[in-house]
Design a protein around this ligand. Structure first.
Ligand SMILES: Nc1ncnc2c1ncn2[C@@H]1O[C@H](COP(=O)(O)OP(=O)(O)OP(=O)(O)O)[C@@H](O)[C@H]1O
Ligand SMILES: Cc1ncsc1CCO
Length: 377
Protein backbone atom coordinates (compact mmCIF):
# COMPACT_ATOMS: atom_id res chain seq x y z
CA UNK A 1 0.00 0.00 0.00
CA UNK A 2 1.32 3.48 -0.89
CA UNK A 3 0.86 6.16 1.71
CA UNK A 4 0.38 9.73 0.52
CA UNK A 5 0.87 12.45 3.08
CA UNK A 6 -0.48 15.89 2.30
CA UNK A 7 2.01 18.43 3.62
CA UNK A 8 0.81 21.52 5.46
CA UNK A 9 0.35 24.31 2.90
CA UNK A 10 1.68 27.16 5.04
CA UNK A 11 5.33 27.50 6.01
CA UNK A 12 6.32 27.50 9.68
CA UNK A 13 6.36 30.96 11.24
CA UNK A 14 9.80 32.56 11.27
CA UNK A 15 11.23 34.58 14.14
CA UNK A 16 10.22 38.25 13.93
CA UNK A 17 12.85 40.64 12.58
CA UNK A 18 11.33 43.54 14.44
CA UNK A 19 11.55 43.73 18.21
CA UNK A 20 8.27 43.73 20.18
CA UNK A 21 6.70 47.19 20.78
CA UNK A 22 8.38 47.86 24.18
CA UNK A 23 11.88 47.36 22.81
CA UNK A 24 11.01 49.34 19.71
CA UNK A 25 10.05 52.41 21.67
CA UNK A 26 13.44 52.27 23.45
CA UNK A 27 15.24 52.20 20.13
CA UNK A 28 13.13 55.01 18.72
CA UNK A 29 13.78 57.31 21.67
CA UNK A 30 17.48 57.44 20.88
CA UNK A 31 16.83 58.42 17.27
CA UNK A 32 15.90 61.65 15.63
CA UNK A 33 12.56 60.95 13.97
CA UNK A 34 11.84 62.53 10.61
CA UNK A 35 8.14 61.93 11.23
CA UNK A 36 7.69 62.00 15.01
CA UNK A 37 4.18 60.82 15.97
CA UNK A 38 2.07 63.54 17.61
CA UNK A 39 1.06 62.70 21.19
CA UNK A 40 -2.66 62.81 20.54
CA UNK A 41 -2.52 61.43 17.02
CA UNK A 42 -4.41 58.13 16.85
CA UNK A 43 -2.25 55.38 15.41
CA UNK A 44 -3.99 52.82 13.24
CA UNK A 45 -4.41 49.48 14.99
CA UNK A 46 -2.58 46.67 13.18
CA UNK A 47 -4.78 45.13 10.51
CA UNK A 48 -5.00 41.37 10.19
CA UNK A 49 -2.92 40.16 7.29
CA UNK A 50 -4.14 37.31 5.14
CA UNK A 51 -1.92 34.26 4.97
CA UNK A 52 0.19 34.08 1.83
CA UNK A 53 -1.65 32.27 -0.90
CA UNK A 54 -0.70 28.70 -1.49
CA UNK A 55 1.31 28.48 -4.69
CA UNK A 56 -0.70 25.68 -6.21
CA UNK A 57 -2.02 25.90 -9.74
CA UNK A 58 -5.43 24.19 -9.89
CA UNK A 59 -5.37 21.53 -12.63
CA UNK A 60 -8.10 22.06 -15.21
CA UNK A 61 -9.31 18.49 -15.03
CA UNK A 62 -10.03 16.85 -11.71
CA UNK A 63 -10.35 13.51 -13.50
CA UNK A 64 -6.63 13.66 -14.17
CA UNK A 65 -6.06 13.86 -10.42
CA UNK A 66 -8.42 10.97 -9.79
CA UNK A 67 -6.80 8.77 -12.40
CA UNK A 68 -3.31 9.51 -11.04
CA UNK A 69 -4.60 8.53 -7.60
CA UNK A 70 -5.47 5.20 -9.18
CA UNK A 71 -2.04 4.04 -8.05
CA UNK A 72 -3.41 3.99 -4.49
CA UNK A 73 -4.85 0.55 -4.04
CA UNK A 74 -7.06 1.18 -0.99
CA UNK A 75 -10.37 2.76 -2.10
CA UNK A 76 -10.93 4.60 1.22
CA UNK A 77 -7.49 6.21 1.22
CA UNK A 78 -7.86 7.12 -2.45
CA UNK A 79 -11.18 8.87 -1.83
CA UNK A 80 -9.87 10.59 1.30
CA UNK A 81 -6.84 11.90 -0.57
CA UNK A 82 -8.94 12.99 -3.54
CA UNK A 83 -11.36 15.02 -1.39
CA UNK A 84 -8.48 16.68 0.42
CA UNK A 85 -6.93 17.71 -2.87
CA UNK A 86 -10.32 18.98 -4.08
CA UNK A 87 -10.57 21.11 -0.95
CA UNK A 88 -7.15 22.64 -1.53
CA UNK A 89 -7.92 23.31 -5.19
CA UNK A 90 -11.27 24.91 -4.33
CA UNK A 91 -9.66 27.25 -1.83
CA UNK A 92 -7.03 28.23 -4.37
CA UNK A 93 -9.74 28.83 -7.01
CA UNK A 94 -11.59 31.08 -4.58
CA UNK A 95 -8.38 32.98 -3.81
CA UNK A 96 -7.59 33.42 -7.49
CA UNK A 97 -11.15 34.56 -8.23
CA UNK A 98 -10.92 37.06 -5.36
CA UNK A 99 -7.59 38.35 -6.68
CA UNK A 100 -9.03 38.70 -10.20
CA UNK A 101 -12.04 40.62 -8.86
CA UNK A 102 -9.85 42.92 -6.82
CA UNK A 103 -7.62 43.57 -9.80
CA UNK A 104 -10.56 44.55 -11.98
CA UNK A 105 -10.65 47.80 -10.10
CA UNK A 106 -7.49 48.93 -11.89
CA UNK A 107 -8.28 49.89 -15.46
CA UNK A 108 -4.98 48.97 -17.13
CA UNK A 109 -6.37 49.80 -20.56
CA UNK A 110 -7.12 53.39 -19.61
CA UNK A 111 -3.76 53.81 -17.85
CA UNK A 112 -1.78 52.60 -20.88
CA UNK A 113 -3.96 54.54 -23.35
CA UNK A 114 -3.31 57.75 -21.45
CA UNK A 115 0.44 57.24 -21.55
CA UNK A 116 0.59 56.43 -25.23
CA UNK A 117 -1.91 59.05 -26.35
CA UNK A 118 -0.10 62.16 -25.08
CA UNK A 119 3.63 62.39 -24.97
CA UNK A 120 4.15 62.61 -21.25
CA UNK A 121 7.32 64.51 -20.36
CA UNK A 122 9.36 63.51 -17.33
CA UNK A 123 12.05 65.72 -15.80
CA UNK A 124 14.66 63.72 -13.87
CA UNK A 125 17.17 65.00 -11.37
CA UNK A 126 18.82 61.67 -10.81
CA UNK A 127 22.16 59.96 -10.23
CA UNK A 128 24.98 59.58 -12.73
CA UNK A 129 25.22 55.80 -12.16
CA UNK A 130 21.90 54.86 -13.77
CA UNK A 131 20.83 58.01 -15.60
CA UNK A 132 21.03 56.48 -19.09
CA UNK A 133 18.97 53.42 -18.11
CA UNK A 134 16.35 55.63 -16.49
CA UNK A 135 16.02 57.72 -19.66
CA UNK A 136 15.71 54.62 -21.83
CA UNK A 137 13.11 53.07 -19.55
CA UNK A 138 11.00 56.24 -19.74
CA UNK A 139 11.25 56.09 -23.53
CA UNK A 140 10.27 52.41 -23.38
CA UNK A 141 6.89 53.23 -21.83
CA UNK A 142 6.24 55.81 -24.55
CA UNK A 143 7.01 58.89 -22.46
CA UNK A 144 9.74 61.45 -23.04
CA UNK A 145 12.60 61.98 -20.54
CA UNK A 146 14.71 65.05 -19.94
CA UNK A 147 17.63 64.83 -17.55
CA UNK A 148 18.65 68.24 -16.21
CA UNK A 149 20.15 69.09 -12.83
CA UNK A 150 21.78 72.52 -12.99
CA UNK A 151 20.02 75.03 -10.76
CA UNK A 152 20.21 77.62 -13.56
CA UNK A 153 17.66 75.74 -15.67
CA UNK A 154 15.68 73.27 -13.56
CA UNK A 155 12.68 75.54 -12.98
CA UNK A 156 12.15 76.06 -16.69
CA UNK A 157 12.53 72.35 -17.42
CA UNK A 158 10.12 71.35 -14.66
CA UNK A 159 7.62 73.92 -15.90
CA UNK A 160 7.32 72.25 -19.29
CA UNK A 161 7.16 68.66 -17.96
CA UNK A 162 4.25 66.66 -16.55
CA UNK A 163 6.21 65.09 -13.73
CA UNK A 164 9.52 65.27 -11.89
CA UNK A 165 11.81 62.62 -10.34
CA UNK A 166 14.10 63.61 -7.48
CA UNK A 167 16.59 60.80 -6.84
CA UNK A 168 19.31 61.25 -4.19
CA UNK A 169 21.63 58.56 -5.62
CA UNK A 170 24.72 60.72 -6.17
CA UNK A 171 23.93 63.74 -4.07
CA UNK A 172 25.87 67.00 -4.50
CA UNK A 173 25.40 70.31 -2.78
CA UNK A 174 24.52 72.01 -6.07
CA UNK A 175 21.94 69.41 -6.95
CA UNK A 176 20.25 69.81 -3.58
CA UNK A 177 19.64 73.43 -4.55
CA UNK A 178 18.29 72.25 -7.93
CA UNK A 179 16.05 69.69 -6.25
CA UNK A 180 14.51 72.33 -4.01
CA UNK A 181 13.95 74.78 -6.89
CA UNK A 182 12.47 72.13 -9.19
CA UNK A 183 10.33 70.54 -6.47
CA UNK A 184 8.80 73.87 -5.44
CA UNK A 185 8.16 74.82 -9.07
CA UNK A 186 6.40 71.50 -9.66
CA UNK A 187 4.29 71.96 -6.53
CA UNK A 188 3.25 75.47 -7.60
CA UNK A 189 2.22 74.23 -11.02
CA UNK A 190 0.48 71.10 -9.72
CA UNK A 191 2.96 68.84 -11.53
CA UNK A 192 3.58 65.48 -9.91
CA UNK A 193 6.77 64.68 -8.01
CA UNK A 194 8.42 61.32 -7.21
CA UNK A 195 11.09 61.11 -4.49
CA UNK A 196 13.67 58.33 -4.18
CA UNK A 197 15.73 58.68 -0.97
CA UNK A 198 18.57 56.50 -2.31
CA UNK A 199 20.94 55.37 0.44
CA UNK A 200 19.43 57.80 2.96
CA UNK A 201 21.00 55.83 5.80
CA UNK A 202 24.50 56.05 4.32
CA UNK A 203 25.52 59.55 5.48
CA UNK A 204 24.44 62.54 7.53
CA UNK A 205 24.38 64.65 4.36
CA UNK A 206 21.80 62.35 2.77
CA UNK A 207 19.69 62.19 5.89
CA UNK A 208 19.63 65.94 6.39
CA UNK A 209 18.90 66.50 2.72
CA UNK A 210 15.99 64.04 2.80
CA UNK A 211 14.56 65.86 5.83
CA UNK A 212 14.93 69.25 4.09
CA UNK A 213 13.30 68.01 0.88
CA UNK A 214 10.43 66.40 2.75
CA UNK A 215 9.84 69.60 4.68
CA UNK A 216 9.87 71.96 1.71
CA UNK A 217 8.38 69.87 -1.10
CA UNK A 218 5.15 67.93 -1.29
CA UNK A 219 5.92 64.61 -2.94
CA UNK A 220 3.14 62.67 -4.63
CA UNK A 221 5.10 59.42 -4.48
CA UNK A 222 7.97 58.31 -2.26
CA UNK A 223 9.68 55.09 -3.40
CA UNK A 224 12.50 53.23 -1.77
CA UNK A 225 13.66 49.83 -0.68
CA UNK A 226 12.66 48.72 2.81
CA UNK A 227 15.86 50.00 4.46
CA UNK A 228 15.47 53.46 2.95
CA UNK A 229 11.82 53.78 3.94
CA UNK A 230 12.57 52.48 7.45
CA UNK A 231 15.31 55.07 7.84
CA UNK A 232 12.93 57.87 6.84
CA UNK A 233 10.26 56.60 9.20
CA UNK A 234 12.29 55.55 12.21
CA UNK A 235 15.26 57.85 11.80
CA UNK A 236 17.64 54.93 12.27
CA UNK A 237 21.29 55.76 11.63
CA UNK A 238 22.94 52.37 11.26
CA UNK A 239 24.94 52.94 8.07
CA UNK A 240 24.27 50.96 4.90
CA UNK A 241 24.62 51.58 1.19
CA UNK A 242 22.12 51.95 -1.61
CA UNK A 243 20.83 48.36 -1.37
CA UNK A 244 18.39 47.07 1.22
CA UNK A 245 19.93 45.41 4.29
CA UNK A 246 19.28 41.67 4.53
CA UNK A 247 18.06 42.10 8.11
CA UNK A 248 15.33 44.47 6.96
CA UNK A 249 13.78 41.98 4.51
CA UNK A 250 9.99 41.90 4.63
CA UNK A 251 8.73 38.53 5.84
CA UNK A 252 5.31 37.21 6.75
CA UNK A 253 6.15 37.95 10.37
CA UNK A 254 6.94 41.63 9.97
CA UNK A 255 4.55 42.34 7.08
CA UNK A 256 1.94 43.76 9.41
CA UNK A 257 4.44 46.20 10.92
CA UNK A 258 5.68 47.24 7.46
CA UNK A 259 2.12 47.83 6.23
CA UNK A 260 1.38 49.99 9.26
CA UNK A 261 4.62 51.91 8.82
CA UNK A 262 3.86 52.59 5.14
CA UNK A 263 0.28 53.66 5.90
CA UNK A 264 1.33 56.02 8.69
CA UNK A 265 4.01 57.52 6.51
CA UNK A 266 1.56 57.98 3.62
CA UNK A 267 -0.83 59.82 5.92
CA UNK A 268 1.90 62.07 7.30
CA UNK A 269 3.45 62.94 3.95
CA UNK A 270 0.23 62.79 1.90
CA UNK A 271 2.24 60.80 -0.62
CA UNK A 272 1.75 57.36 -2.08
CA UNK A 273 4.42 55.22 -0.42
CA UNK A 274 6.10 52.48 -2.44
CA UNK A 275 8.34 49.92 -0.74
CA UNK A 276 10.05 47.64 -3.26
CA UNK A 277 11.58 44.23 -2.69
CA UNK A 278 10.43 40.63 -2.98
CA UNK A 279 6.87 41.75 -2.40
CA UNK A 280 6.24 45.37 -3.33
CA UNK A 281 3.88 47.46 -1.29
CA UNK A 282 1.96 50.54 -2.50
CA UNK A 283 -0.31 52.60 -0.27
CA UNK A 284 -1.96 56.00 -0.03
CA UNK A 285 -2.62 55.48 3.68
CA UNK A 286 -6.03 53.83 3.17
CA UNK A 287 -5.88 51.35 0.35
CA UNK A 288 -2.91 49.03 0.12
CA UNK A 289 -1.67 46.95 -2.79
CA UNK A 290 0.75 44.05 -2.35
CA UNK A 291 2.47 43.10 -5.59
CA UNK A 292 4.12 39.75 -6.07
CA UNK A 293 5.72 40.25 -9.46
CA UNK A 294 9.48 40.44 -9.97
CA UNK A 295 12.52 38.21 -9.56
CA UNK A 296 15.49 38.22 -7.19
CA UNK A 297 17.90 38.90 -10.06
CA UNK A 298 16.44 42.39 -10.42
CA UNK A 299 18.33 43.30 -7.26
CA UNK A 300 21.58 42.03 -8.86
CA UNK A 301 21.70 44.85 -11.39
CA UNK A 302 21.99 48.41 -10.17
CA UNK A 303 19.25 50.84 -11.01
CA UNK A 304 16.09 48.76 -11.28
CA UNK A 305 14.70 50.94 -8.51
CA UNK A 306 15.85 54.15 -10.24
CA UNK A 307 14.33 52.94 -13.53
CA UNK A 308 11.10 52.25 -11.68
CA UNK A 309 11.11 55.87 -10.40
CA UNK A 310 11.10 57.05 -14.02
CA UNK A 311 8.39 54.58 -15.01
CA UNK A 312 6.22 55.66 -12.07
CA UNK A 313 6.69 59.33 -13.00
CA UNK A 314 5.63 58.58 -16.57
CA UNK A 315 2.56 56.65 -15.46
CA UNK A 316 1.35 59.28 -12.97
CA UNK A 317 2.19 62.18 -15.30
CA UNK A 318 -0.26 60.68 -17.80
CA UNK A 319 -2.79 59.61 -15.14
CA UNK A 320 -2.95 62.42 -12.55
CA UNK A 321 -6.55 61.53 -11.66
CA UNK A 322 -5.68 57.96 -10.58
CA UNK A 323 -2.25 58.17 -8.98
CA UNK A 324 -2.50 55.13 -6.68
CA UNK A 325 -3.67 52.88 -9.53
CA UNK A 326 -1.06 54.25 -11.95
CA UNK A 327 1.75 53.68 -9.43
CA UNK A 328 0.53 50.14 -8.73
CA UNK A 329 0.39 49.40 -12.44
CA UNK A 330 3.93 50.75 -12.93
CA UNK A 331 5.31 48.64 -10.06
CA UNK A 332 3.61 45.46 -11.25
CA UNK A 333 4.67 46.13 -14.86
CA UNK A 334 8.30 46.45 -13.78
CA UNK A 335 8.08 43.12 -11.95
CA UNK A 336 6.49 41.40 -14.95
CA UNK A 337 9.33 42.74 -17.13
CA UNK A 338 11.78 41.24 -14.63
CA UNK A 339 10.06 37.86 -14.86
CA UNK A 340 10.20 37.96 -18.66
CA UNK A 341 13.84 39.11 -18.66
CA UNK A 342 14.85 36.32 -16.27
CA UNK A 343 13.46 33.76 -18.75
CA UNK A 344 15.39 35.25 -21.66
CA UNK A 345 18.65 36.41 -20.08
CA UNK A 346 21.94 34.58 -19.87
CA UNK A 347 23.25 36.70 -17.03
CA UNK A 348 22.80 40.08 -15.42
CA UNK A 349 24.05 42.00 -18.47
CA UNK A 350 21.41 40.69 -20.82
CA UNK A 351 18.83 40.85 -18.02
CA UNK A 352 18.89 44.63 -18.29
CA UNK A 353 18.47 44.57 -22.06
CA UNK A 354 15.51 42.16 -21.85
CA UNK A 355 14.00 44.24 -19.07
CA UNK A 356 13.90 47.20 -21.43
CA UNK A 357 12.59 45.09 -24.33
CA UNK A 358 9.76 43.89 -22.13
CA UNK A 359 8.84 47.38 -20.95
CA UNK A 360 8.69 48.64 -24.53
CA UNK A 361 6.15 45.88 -25.30
CA UNK A 362 4.15 46.11 -22.08
CA UNK A 363 0.41 46.62 -22.49
CA UNK A 364 -2.91 46.20 -20.69
CA UNK A 365 -3.45 42.68 -21.99
CA UNK A 366 -0.06 41.49 -20.67
CA UNK A 367 -0.83 43.17 -17.35
CA UNK A 368 -4.20 41.38 -17.08
CA UNK A 369 -2.50 38.08 -17.73
CA UNK A 370 0.52 38.39 -15.47
CA UNK A 371 0.00 40.91 -12.70
CA UNK A 372 -0.06 39.54 -9.16
CA UNK A 373 -1.74 42.33 -7.25
CA UNK A 374 -3.55 41.84 -3.98
CA UNK A 375 -5.52 44.75 -2.61
CA UNK A 376 -6.44 45.47 1.02
CA UNK A 377 -8.04 48.35 2.84
N1 LIG B 1 13.93 39.64 -4.05
C1 LIG B 1 13.23 40.19 -5.04
N2 LIG B 1 12.29 39.44 -5.67
C2 LIG B 1 11.56 39.98 -6.67
N3 LIG B 1 11.70 41.25 -7.11
C3 LIG B 1 12.61 42.05 -6.52
C4 LIG B 1 13.43 41.56 -5.45
N4 LIG B 1 14.24 42.57 -5.06
C5 LIG B 1 13.94 43.63 -5.83
N5 LIG B 1 12.96 43.33 -6.71
C6 LIG B 1 12.38 44.22 -7.73
O1 LIG B 1 13.42 45.05 -8.22
C7 LIG B 1 12.96 46.39 -8.44
C8 LIG B 1 13.83 47.37 -7.64
O2 LIG B 1 13.61 47.16 -6.27
P1 LIG B 1 14.74 47.37 -5.17
O3 LIG B 1 14.08 47.26 -3.85
O4 LIG B 1 15.89 46.48 -5.44
O5 LIG B 1 15.12 48.89 -5.44
P2 LIG B 1 16.41 49.70 -5.05
O6 LIG B 1 17.17 49.02 -3.96
O7 LIG B 1 15.97 51.08 -4.79
O8 LIG B 1 17.20 49.63 -6.45
P3 LIG B 1 18.42 50.50 -7.01
O9 LIG B 1 18.95 51.33 -5.88
O10 LIG B 1 19.40 49.50 -7.52
O11 LIG B 1 17.86 51.34 -8.10
C9 LIG B 1 11.51 46.39 -8.04
O12 LIG B 1 10.73 46.25 -9.22
C10 LIG B 1 11.34 45.16 -7.14
O13 LIG B 1 10.05 44.61 -7.22
C1 LIG C 1 25.25 52.19 -6.97
C2 LIG C 1 24.74 53.55 -6.77
N1 LIG C 1 25.44 54.44 -6.00
C3 LIG C 1 24.84 55.61 -5.93
S1 LIG C 1 23.40 55.69 -6.79
C4 LIG C 1 23.57 54.10 -7.31
C5 LIG C 1 22.59 53.46 -8.22
C6 LIG C 1 21.54 52.67 -7.53
O1 LIG C 1 20.77 53.34 -6.64
Amino acid sequence: MIQIRLSHPFPHPQPSLFPPPQQQSKIKRSRQLLFPPKQDEPQDPPQPVAAKSLMLKPPKDLFTVYSILGIIKCEKIRQYTFFNICGIICNECKRQEKRRNQMKRIDFERIFDNIRRDQTMVHCITNYVTINDVANMILAIGASPIMADDWMEVREITAMCDSLVINMGTLKQNTVRSMLLAGKEANQRGHLVVFDPVGVGASRFRKETAAKLLKQIHFNVIRGNISEIKTLYEGSDDGYGVDAKKDDAVTEDNLEYVIQMAKNMAKKTKAVIVITGKTDLVTDGQQIYLIDNGVLDMSRITGTGCMLDGVIAGFIGANPDQILEAVTTAVSAMGICGEYAKEKAEGTGTLKVHLMDAMSNMNAEWMERSSQIESKC
